[in-house]
Ligand binder design. Structure first.
Ligand code: VG1
Ligand code: CO
Length: 542
């Protein structure tokens, strides 16, 4: 039976960079999930009888939330839901399933790289029919609806057994519990030269893939160890755990330090890789050579034609604004456009749908292409394997050649986490207030060329998104960018992105932090980070 339940609005159900993210106890409050999901459905039209895809990264509270979403989808009148077995679907796999089965949309339960467990984070995100995150027009509507919601509808049917593949029914709606890996693995086999990668492993190529006890484990095992013949044990931490083993499932140099240390040691395999909580991020480290995500985007773009799915070449590149300009140099050489978007994958959807961009990336370890509408961790790893197999070179050789050809963009991101929100807002407001006066100023030996607050004009639908980050450009081509995170759940996180271009191949061997030391000092003094936040140094440097 379908019940209508009276409710009252919760504050703050505003989707951020990637959906609604809060602490688990917030989501566990009675009506909290229901209010948000009903607000999503109320912001959509004409979904009666249609298909909805549901899945998550397996974190604590995943199963409970999925049961609720299924019962609410039935009450809302969806005709069918496709749900990953065990409640599992990586974010890129959810995107793949939505597209392949021509679903109306999908609900992805994930807080991505944020820690999980009873006191960790949880998240809910709505994806549209192209498989990508809902654009701002829809997320704004969801937030508005959440402020006035007075009732939601839900079926009082029993829970679905998520561990048995096959068909079930809730009210008039069909529930299809599907293999979470199959559709995705099939798509990967179409894009990449699995034969060549198989030969690479057969020839003794060694790799360690750290799934960080998160969702990518089953995907990586099936594809790398299963189809591609990598030795068993190549995938480590391959079982998804509700609390990710107590770790941050964030594949960066801080939270994947073990992997980094291994790759820098004399026991290093040829390639080290990792993915995040929901499988959309990637970390690529060659033996003795870390590849920054910004460089990885550029190198993938320059070499994508070596993979069968991209042999006709790429139509364009898109990168988020804070991502380094390395990809721009590749685009220039290829004679294609490099689009610059605000942070967050939702801004790539229109460019991909319109065929303007084929490859997209963010400095935060997200890379992907037109094959789905999310960033895709394992895709990036397979792309690197395909490139390594085709070029018959090591990661370090490919990186050095790239820098010699295009120049090197030294790049780092400094995060100041859980800063007092008012202090962080004050810092950004102060910077914004000073923008006009910065041009021409000498700072720490460098001169400011211009400064602005990034605004994006979507070339496809004409929408405008403002206040996407303060940019300070220097006359030598260097830049510092400041923005506040839209994915955190405690206080504010100030992200500072620092970049310098070095064309001279004789100067490509510096340590990154040393190469950027003068800019790093300016990045702290210009907004007086210590005075305003009490922090003399960042918490995370990547
Ligand atoms: C961060 C990253 C951004 C990424 C987003 C979602 O956002 O900077 O590039 O798209 O996370 O990634 P923010 O607003 O905290 O800077 V995921 O893998 O957490 O879905
Ligand atoms: Co993620």
């Amino acid at each position: 039976m379908i019940r209508t339940v009276a409710t009252t609005p919760f504050d703050g159900q505003k989707p951020g960079t990637s959906g609604l993210r809060k602490k688990v106890p917030v989501f566990q409050q009675p009506h909290y999930v229901e209010n948000f999901v009903q607000s999503v459905f109320d912001s959509l039209e004409n979904y009666e009888g249609e298909t909805l895809v549901i899945g998550g990264d397996g974190r604590y509270f995943n199963r409970e939330a999925i049961q609720t979403v299924i019962k609410m989808a039935a009450a809302a009148g969806f005709g069918r839901v496709l749900v990953g077995k065990g409640g599992i679907l990586s974010t890129p796999a959810a995107s793949c399933v939505i597209r392949k089965h021509e679903a109306f949309g999908g609900i992805v339960l994930s807080a991505s790289h944020n820690p999980g467990g009873p006191h960790g984070d949880f998240g809910i995100k709505y994806n549209i029919g192209n498989g990508g995150p809902a654009p701002e027009r829809i997320t704004d509507a969801i937030f508005e609806r959440s402020k006035t919601i007075a009732a939601y509808k839900i079926s009082d049917a029993d829970d679905i057994d998520l561990d048995v593949q096959g068909l079930a029914r809730v009210e008039d709606m069909v529930v299809d519990v599907i293999d979470p890996v199959e559709d995705y693995a099939e798509l990967m086999a179409q894009l990449f030269d699995f034969g060549a990668i198989r030969d690479l492993f057969a020839g003794g190529f060694s790799m360690r893939f750290d799934a960080m006890s998160a969702v990518t484990g089953p995907y990586a095992k099936a594809i790398l160890e299963g189809e591609l013949g990598a030795p068993e044990g190549t995938v480590v931490h391959g079982e998804p755990l509700p609390d990710f083993g107590g770790h941050h499932p964030d594949p960066n140099l801080v939270h994947a330090k073990d992997l980094y240390d291994l790759l820098m040691s004399d026991r290093a395999p040829d390639l080290g890789a990792a993915s995040d909580g929901d499988g959309d991020r990637n970390l690529i480290i060659g033996r003795g050579q870390f590849v920054t995500p910004s460089d990885s985007l550029a190198m993938i773009a320059a070499n994508a034609h070596l993979a069968p799915g991209y042999k006709a070449g790429i139509a364009g590149i898109a990168r988020s604004m804070p991502t380094s300009g390395a990809a721009d140099r590749v685009a220039e050489k290829l004679g294609i456009t490099c689009y610059e978007t605000p942070t967050g994958w939702k801004f790539f959807g229109n460019l991909l749908d319109a065929g303007l961009a084929t490859v997209c990336g963010e400095e935060s370890a997200g890379t992907g292409s037109s094959h789905v509408r999310e960033k895709d961790g394992l895709w990036a790893v397979l792309m690197w394997l395909n490139i390594l197999a085709a070029r018959k070179q090591s990661v370090v050789e490919i990186v050095r050649e790239h820098w010699a050809t295009y120049g090197r963009n030294y790049y780092t991101r400094h995060d100041y986490e859980e800063v007092d929100s008012a202090a962080a807002d004050g810092l950004m407001a102060d910077l914004r207030g000073r923008l006009d006066g910065l041009a021409g100023q000498a700072l720490g030996g460098l001169t400011v060329e211009k400064a602005d607050d990034f605004a994006y004009h979507d070339p496809v639908d004409g929408s405008v998104t403002t206040k996407q980050g303060v940019r300070v450009f220097f006359t030598d081509g260097s830049r510092i960018v400041y923005r506040l995170s839209g994915t955190g759940t405690a206080g504010a996180t100030l992200r500072v992105y620092i970049e310098r271009f070095e064309p001279d191949a004789g100067k490509h061997e510096l340590e990154t932090q040393a190469a950027l030391a003068d800019l790093i000092a300016i990045s702290r003094s210009l907004p007086d980070i210590e005075g305003r936040t009490g922090r003399s140094a960042p918490d995370v440097v990547t």
